[in-house]
Design a protein around this ligand. Structure first.
Ligand code: SF4
Length: 83
């Protein structure tokens, strides 16, 4: 699970914007203006059942993380939280 979904900066963050781009999902903002300190992005390769490999990008640590539980889901209340 990407820690960004519970971070107060998620809708302004340049690193999260990159993660969204890699996942091909809709951006929370088109102009991120927050530069996080030392985000550690974990990349995993996952074999799906169609003999294809998917790439998962998750921020697992970040010095700028600031806990705001449920921030992402409050911004997109009718959508599935990215995992
Ligand atoms: S945890 Fe770091 S990378 Fe993720 S949204 Fe917050 S500031 Fe950005």
């Amino acid at each position: 699970m990407c820690i960004c979904v519970n971070c107060r900066w998620v809708d302004r963050c340049k690193a999260y914007h990159t993660v969204e781009k890699q996942h091909g999902v809709k951006h929370l903002t088109l102009k991120p203006d927050f530069e996080p300190k030392e985000p550690k992005i974990h990349i995993s390769l996952i074999d799906n059942n169609q003999r294809e490999t998917e790439v998962e990008w998750d921020v697992q640590a970040c010095k700028s993380f600031s806990l705001d539980n449920g921030r992402w889901i409050r911004l997109r209340p009718n959508e599935k939280v990215p995992s």
